[in-house]
Design a protein around this ligand. Structure first.
Ligand code: FEO
Length: 178
């Protein structure tokens, strides 16, 4: 059993993580429209990672004998005025997710649900990395300014991110499946 208050908050967090995937796919679509395919690729990899986060929360509820309730996703932003604005939003979104993980940890402690602590500690560490990465790239975009050359160099650098094996967000995966 898991305290009801915490189970409800985890259901909300499953939605937040799936929305994160959707936000990053929306950004991928924007970057593709700007011919920044490296950034689009990076965002697709990130979308995959966010679905894994959602699954970790789902499995935690299932393992605790609690039924998962999937909630509606919000209509998300679909257009940005510049790549720099999109990356700034990505960083702000990760800060929002960190605040949600902190809230979950607070609830788990208030409810004395010690069994959730290892899972939440994993997310706490993960958010350090998530914020650091998006903050670094957002900062680099600020430095790039109006330089198209620097923007393309950064785009190529971000194209090097590797999909987890068999990722459905990787064009190679659906090429194999058809
Ligand atoms: Fe699931 Fe990017 O935090």
């Amino acid at each position: 059993m898991i305290p009801k208050k915490l189970a409800q908050a985890i259901n909300e967090q499953i939605k937040n993580e799936m929305e994160s995937a959707y936000i990053y796919l929306s950004m991928a679509a924007y970057f593709h429209s700007q011919s920044l395919d490296g950034m689009a690729h990076w965002m697709r990899c990130q979308a995959h990672e966010e679905t894994i986060h959602a699954m970790k929360f789902m499995d935690h509820l299932t393992d605790r004998n609690e039924k998962v309730t999937l909630l509606n996703l919000a209509q998300l932003k679909t257009q940005w005025s510049s790549p720099a604005e999109a990356w700034k939003d990505a960083y702000a979104h990760e800060q929002f997710i960190t605040s949600k993980i902190n809230d979950l940890t607070t609830i788990a402690r208030q409810e004395k649900d010690y069994q959730s602590e290892p899972m939440l500690a994993w997310f706490t560490s993960e958010q350090i990395e998530e914020e650091a990465t998006s903050s670094k790239i957002a900062g680099e975009l600020e430095m790039v300014g109006d330089s198209k050359t620097a923007l393309l160099m950064l785009d190529r650098e971000l194209a090097a991110r590797v999909f987890p094996a068999g990722s459905p967000f990787d064009p190679a995966a659906y090429a194999q499946a058809t």
